[in-house]
Design a binder for this molecule. Sequence first.
Ligand SMILES: Cc1cc2nc3c(=O)[nH]c(=O)nc-3n(C[C@H](O)[C@H](O)[C@H](O)COP(=O)(O)OP(=O)(O)OC[C@H]3O[C@@H](n4cnc5c(N)ncnc54)[C@H](O)[C@@H]3O)c2cc1C
Length: 389
Amino acid sequence: MIEKDVVIIGGGAAGLFCAFEAGKRGRKVSVLEHADRVGKKIAISGGGRCNFTNLLTSADNFISTNPHFCKSALARYTPADFVSLVEKHGIAYHEKKLGQLFCDGNSREIIEMLLTEARGAGVEILCGSLVRGVEKNGRFEIRTNNGDFNSRSLVVASGGLSVPPLGATDFGYRLARQFGLTIVDPWPALVPFTLARETLGELAPLSGISLDSSVACQGKQFRENILITHRGLSGPAVLQVSSYWRAGLGVTINLLPQHDAAKFLREPENREITLANVLSQFLPRRFAVAWCALNFPSQPLKRYTPAQLEEVAQRLSHWQIIPAGTEGYKKAEVTAGGISTAELSSQTMEVKSVPGLYFIGEVVDVTGQLGGYNFQWAWASGYAAGQSV
Ligand SMILES: Cc1cc2nc3c(=O)[nH]c(=O)nc-3n(C[C@H](O)[C@H](O)[C@H](O)COP(=O)(O)OP(=O)(O)OC[C@H]3O[C@@H](n4cnc5c(N)ncnc54)[C@H](O)[C@@H]3O)c2cc1C
């Protein structure tokens, strides 16, 4: 038996952060990572530049059955705290937009920073570790191919189900079930939509076109780009609403968020011009033509009745799409749902009914919007547990 104070399962953002925070407090810590290296998601995050936090982080940026749960951890470890750490390591960064901070260079700098901190805190990291079983007999016993560990605290930081090739597993949920904990059924979030054949037939040939739009679902609205893909719709605005979408629900797209469609459709100088040509003044031409094919046959505006023009204007600002589905965990940036926050202390992330057992990061039912919030949750929840284990 290898004796430790803390064993952490999962060497991603939350696990590594928690590890060195605990190590700094003098705890003997091992991180068990089943992949051949740690931090694979950090490496590809933010298009290779890691959107490592968001300066505007608040509880409103998270989806959870209990929207208040994340407040305590987020208040104790803030974006400014993480920025200080990044600056201490001399990593250059910039704000891209809306408070989103990215590395100027490469995401690997963030991984290197976490590993440097972990080394400094005496953390042991064991890649290629397969956990075969966990039991609690007073202390935790963790059987692995790298030996059997015995620890006072066990931290589960194994992430969600998104992007299996990067190491995602359902380990955290299985362990939670073993200890009788409630799980909020997970679903893929920050994920592109797929569309039904009829809509896709017109839109797929336009794949690659992106439009500044406002997209809404379930009372949440996001103004950013949407991107047409071979299978449906993506782009930041679509990814954002996807987290709130459920099968069968419609999504409303305002294609002209900065224009008054009703007004320009009534302009006398547009009367002789076809609808597709008028729309081409505001939208990419190929998209305008496809949108007309899906919605209204394009003809000179004078041939529409005033009521029909009202309807065109209404549909331009409230274009209803019912996605056929999403691209699922293969493409989802995160997994929403997870270990019920009702099971955990919001101060420490410790399971109330199982002293010494902790869940942190994406495996918990706290999911950030797009824009650096998911990493901020990983750091903050890792910090909270790191101060307690
Ligand atoms: C393509 C992509 C881009 C993203 N970009 C951003 C971004 O720019 N900004 C942002 O805030 N968020 C981004 N995210 C989300 C962010 O990466 C995650 O929310 C964050 O990494 C979650 O941290 P975590 O430590 O909980 O889980 P992870 O980082 O996923 O780490 C979990 C670790 O546990 C390991 N593991 C799993 N099962 C086991 C097991 N059974 N035994 C041992 N180890 C196991 C995994 O291999 C992994 O290393 C992105 C996600 C993706 C997929």
